[in-house]
Design a protein around this ligand. Structure first.
Ligand code: ACM
Ligand code: ZN
Length: 497
């Protein structure tokens, strides 16, 4: 086995001899070296311990590596070595859905510590959706007074009686942001427009195309409640909300959602139809891109760039300044976006979604999952920023389940995003993870048991069937089929126009 380190460093050179851990604690000598890559470091274990780094993230990453070696090498001796390390990808993210289930500030901090242990450097915080609005916005108090609560929860076959809610105050947000800052983790808030907007419309129904009242949703799946993307009133709302959001998050990126936005209302809305004509937009997919471009342009004045889920690039007219996060669908669209100079984050759902059962997405699937995208010009490959592991929480009711779903797969993704591409031995990864899971346990983060990591094929099929049986009632299946039909119609419409 290699050194007990995850993600495994770029280069490890074993030197002769061992370093005996001194009784009184280790003394480390630090050296600033601007020739070292961002987030990278050089760690030398010899007569003493030397860490060279260019930036604070590099220093922290070196300490993370050293801590793993010191704690998990047998006895009180560690092999002398020289490690040269820097990340393969600059974006190594974890997304947590705090809408379908709410997690406390303390629980989020614990998860961030667990992720940072494996050198993940982005916390994508999913804060708004059909089932709740979770962030305080002073100008629109009903977003939280009305939009944060649902009367009960009814996800697939999970029924939870009783009102469910939760809000992060601005002070909570500042606390999380400061916690991440100390650990060199960027926080990307996700505020979903124009789809997944039921909670917005429950609070402010006049932001939709038809103004009909709706309730905060109690169910999962795709909802047709979108905001009107063409009215002045809606744009003013979006801008006002975002101007409070940008003040809270010092990072340079804001996620605008943009997934699963059915076009039904826009096709029947006189404002939207007029807007499309006036702006030469051929279809509703272009209309969505146009909306995203306008919001991204607004964010630019604050020095922020926008990220959207990859559904949002279907109109082909999304600005290359907007980053797309790929999760499902036609990968050629992502190649097209990259070739125009755009950027992408890879979150392929069958590989990196942590909410999938282990039967659907085995540890080895996640570990092998990061591949090049066909059709991307070599000079555009740098636009592939890295990997993110989303954790949607319809079926995750508590922190223990969160930890179970996340680990070891998040650590596998973290290694893929950091370590050399040639490192492909998943069994070696698992052996190192087993050692390091003691560090997670100290945080109260208990991974899934080893017997689930890579099950036999029949057990995987059984497990996947169990998952879908649990996730979908007959009604959900009908809605899912309707959504597929809708998407097929959209694709046909796009081809014909
Ligand atoms: C997504 O899973 N709807 C981005
Ligand atoms: Zn409209």
């Amino acid at each position: 086995m290699k050194l007990p380190v995850i993600p495994y460093p770029q280069q490890v050179r074993q030197l002769d001899g061992v370093y005996r851990l001194p009784e009184g604690g280790i003394h480390v000598t630090y050296r600033q070296d601007d020739t070292i890559a961002p987030e990278g470091y050089r760690l030398t274990v010899g007569a003493g311990i030397l860490i060279a780094h260019a930036d604070r993230a590099g220093k922290l990453n070196a300490e993370r590596t050293l801590r793993q070696i010191v704690r998990h090498c047998a006895g009180r001796e560690i092999p002398c070595c020289e490690i040269h390390d820097a990340p393969r990808c600059r974006h190594r993210g974890f997304m947590l859905d705090c809408v379908r289930h709410f997690f406390t500030v303390e629980e989020i901090k614990r998860m961030i510590d667990a992720m940072a242990m494996f050198k993940m450097n982005v916390f994508h915080w999913h804060l708004t959706d059909d089932q709740g609005w979770r962030i305080q916005i002073d100008r629109y108090p009903l977003l939280t007074e009305v939009g944060s609560k649902r009367p009960y929860s009814d996800f697939g076959r999970d029924y939870e009686p009783g009102e469910y809610g939760g809000v992060y105050t601005k002070d909570d947000v500042r606390e999380i942001v400061a916690y991440c800052e100390e650990r060199c983790v960027e926080v990307i808030p996700e505020i979903e427009f124009p789809g997944h907007a039921t909670a917005i419309l429950a609070a402010y129904p006049d932001l939709s195309c038809d103004g009909h009242p709706v309730q905060v949703s109690t169910r999962g799946g795709v909802h047709t409640n979108t905001i009107c993307v063409s009215s002045e009133k809606t744009m003013e709302f979006v801008k006002n909300v975002l101007s409070e959001v940008v003040e809270l998050f010092p990072g340079k990126r804001i996620h605008l959602g943009g997934d699963e936005a059915p076009k039904d209302h826009w096709m029947n809305c006189p404002h939207c139809q007029e807007y499309m004509k006036a702006h030469g937009l051929k279809n509703a997919l272009e209309l969505q891109c146009d909306f995203t471009n306008r919001v991204a342009e607004f964010l630019k004045q604050y020095g922020k760039t926008a990220i959207v889920w990859s559904d949002s690039i279907k109109g082909h007219n999304l600005s290359p300044e907007v980053t797309s996060q790929y999760w499902v669908g036609d990968i050629d669209l992502t190649a097209e976006h990259l070739n125009k100079g755009g950027r992408t984050i890879m979150s392929t759902c069958g590989t990196f979604y942590l909410d999938m059962s282990y039967g659907q997405t085995a540890v080895s699937t996640t570990y092998k999952g990061f591949e090049t995208i066909p059709g991307v010009l070599p000079e555009r490959e740098a636009g592939i920023l890295g990997i993110e592991t989303p954790l949607w929480t319809e079926f995750i009711q508590n922190f223990d389940r969160l930890a179970f779903q996340a680990f070891p797969r998040a650590a596998a993704a973290a290694e893929r995003a950091w370590s050399p591409a040639e490192l492909t031995d998943v069994e070696d990864f698992k052996a190192r993870f087993k050692l390091l899971s003691a560090d997670l346990a100290e945080l109260g983060v208990v991974p899934a048991p080893e017997k689930l990591w890579d099950m036999s094929k029949p057990r995987r099929i059984w497990d996947a069937l169990k998952y879908w049986h649990h996730a979908m009632t007959r009604d959900d299946i009908q809605k899912f089929i309707a959504q597929m039909k809708r998407e097929r119609k959209e694709a046909e419409y796009e081809r014909e126009n």
